[in-house]
Design a binder for this molecule. Structure first.
Ligand SMILES: C[S@@+](CC[C@H](N)C(=O)[O-])C[C@H]1O[C@@H](n2cnc3c(N)ncnc32)[C@H](O)[C@@H]1O
Length: 212
């Protein structure tokens, strides 16, 4: 077995994910973000871009299910939740969750999101990640481009005061991406969860309270 694969299997979060029934160790990145920013507060309509194999969908589902009970009050609440996952890869089905096999950069995605939710979304998650070539510079530029498509989707489909969580790669154009991101949200944060590998340049942008 190659060294990289052996190290992966020895990894704490990998073992934890196996034990707790998550499809990927990335689940802990989202759980960490949730603990810090409470992104799932009153989130009932949720879109997950780049969702395969589905551990973020699992975390989203468990939070949305508890929200039905937790936030059944006079303030904004719903009596149901809707979660849609999007990926170019197949996703093994999860009960009560819809998935779409489509490239998120395909403009047809807009009509599909609209017909699935009918309403604007409370929360958009994106752990979408380009296929890395190993060249950090070009990988960063390609990921940045993908991030702009994600922000564009949020502009169209996220509700006023909604939340966007998106993975980016740090690099030369990251500051410009953050500047653009900040224009869309009242509060914006950058955060590297504990489960992110130290040597990786990945970082998450968290936009809280979409402006309009
Ligand atoms: C790190 S994985 C996501 C893991 C997921 N959050 C989980 O916890 O199971 C990144 C995913 O982004 C998807 N992806 C990358 N570019 C995409 C695109 N343009 N459209 C849709 N999905 C994309 C990949 O196919 C891959 O499944």
């Amino acid at each position: 077995m190659p060294n990289k694969q052996i190290n992966h299997k020895r990894d704490f979060h990998y073992k934890q994910a196996k034990k707790e029934g998550y499809r990927a160790r990335s689940a802990y990145k989202l759980i960490d973000i949730q603990k810090r920013y409470n992104i799932f507060k009153r989130a009932f309509y949720i879109l997950d871009l780049g969702c395969a194999p589905g551990s973020w969908l699992q975390v989203a589902k468990s939070n949305a299910e508890s929200n039905l009970i937790k936030y059944n009050d006079v303030h904004y609440h719903r009596d149901h939740y809707k979660i849609l996952g999007v990926d170019t890869k197949n996703v093994f089905p999860i009960e009560n969750i819809q998935t779409l096999k489509i490239d998120l950069r395909n403009p047809e995605i807009n009509a599909k999101i609209k017909s699935n939710f009918q309403n604007k979304l409370d929360l958009i998650l994106s752990d979408a990640s380009i296929n890395k070539s190993g060249n950090k510079f070009s990988d960063h530029l390609r990921q940045n481009k993908l991030c702009y498509s994600i922000v564009d989707i949020a502009k169209h489909h996220l509700k006023f005061k909604g939340i966007l969580v998106m993975k980016a790669f740090q690099g030369i154009d990251f500051v410009e991406l953050v500047r653009n991101f900040k224009n869309e949200f009242k509060i914006s944060k950058t955060y590297k969860p504990q489960a992110s590998k130290k040597k990786s340049n990945e970082i998450y942008l968290i936009g809280i309270q979409k402006k309009n």
